[in-house]
Design a protein around this ligand. Sequence first.
Ligand SMILES: Cc1ncc(COP(=O)(O)O)c(C=O)c1O
Length: 435
Amino acid sequence: MIPEEIINLNREYTMFSWSVQSAVEPIAVVGGEGVTFWDADGKRYLDFSSQLVNLNLGHQHPAVVGAIQEQAGKLCFSQPGFATEARGLLGKLLAEVMPGDMKKSFFCLGGAEANENAIKIARTTTGRSKLLARYRSYHGATHGAIALTGDPRRLAAEPTMPGVVHVFDPYCYRCPFGWTRETCHRECVTHIEEVIRYEGPDRIAAIFMEGVTGSNGLLVPPDDYWPRVRAICDKYDILLVADEVMSGFGRTGKWFAVDHWDVVPDILTMAKGLTSGYVPLAAVGISEPIAAFYEDRMFSCGLTYSSHTLGCAAGVAAVRATREEGLIENAARLGRVLGERLEELKARHRSVGDVRYLGLFSAIELVKDRTTKEPLAAAGLSKALRERGLSTLLLANFVTVSPPLTISESELDDGLRIIDEVLDSADDLCDPGGR
Ligand SMILES: Cc1ncc(COP(=O)(O)O)c(C=O)c1O
């Protein structure tokens, strides 16, 4: 098919997520390899967002493709009440890479489902119903996960599941409490404890937080943030849930973002990089005490596709490849290079208000004026980036720079050069009198 036929079929018969349907301009993608993919015309794109920050291994990693083919040839599916080799092996691999005493996992299909099940687990094991989450967060589009979500994607689903209370974020560039980096005294942390006291500590089951906030602007918290939230949870017997759906599996230069701060959550939700997106699979990792709770009680979670055999086989291959090919080390090393390059872009372009990065997880925040920090919509850069052969996620006023962990330094530089060029035109959109 020619690209127009593919696009017309897709637009006529299918719905596109989070979009005004008449406004979508999809690429008719037909193939990919490593950090590039191409459309039906053969135009190649450097993938600077790893699709939806899930293709950590890049496109068509041979080990994962081979594992899926091999599993499909033997057994595509067995029901979740049965045991399979792939499921057992993946569970063991995750126990090896999850922090602290986390050993058991429950497998489901996507990030939202992982958070839905985490909600049930937190409520069941604590006997409490309230949940805390942050405003600048995304936890998935299903009913409970969208209730946890603090960003405006929640609004269309309201009224959502009751019992969720939102708190403010460690968004240092735009501190919700009005402090600067110099005057900061972590009101974003003390505020959480104050909210807990007002809401009744003995009614709160869990706090949900992204390891590093992804789609709401790549917010890397100060180093003491996670440890202090962990201490508050311990003080009030509240469970700490790390949503590592986007920040997990090496994205930040460690297996999980919480590893940067040596924090062990009680529940860890994972998806995306777990299989590098090749087959839908997600997991809820649980601590030993939570696992023990269900030894003689019903675990009331289940799905036809829980522990899907093909997904687990893909997961085994993806986790092994991440480990054996040193991709986490690559993300950490190139993350440092990326950080330097982003700071250079910030120094060069007045449309860049801030750059935030950890490993190969980063974003450029665009502003019309560095003094007022008025946001500059990133969508305006889409055409120019695509024309130059770079694909990335442009959300609100953020340009995502989160390429596959397999990227080389020269490929990283190629992409950043394109962004540099396109930022010249963003500079032209800045307020004439601004700085
Ligand atoms: C942090 C986080 N949690 C949960 C989700 C939801 O995952 P899914 O889209 O697989 O349901 C996402 C999706 O981007 C995410 O970034």
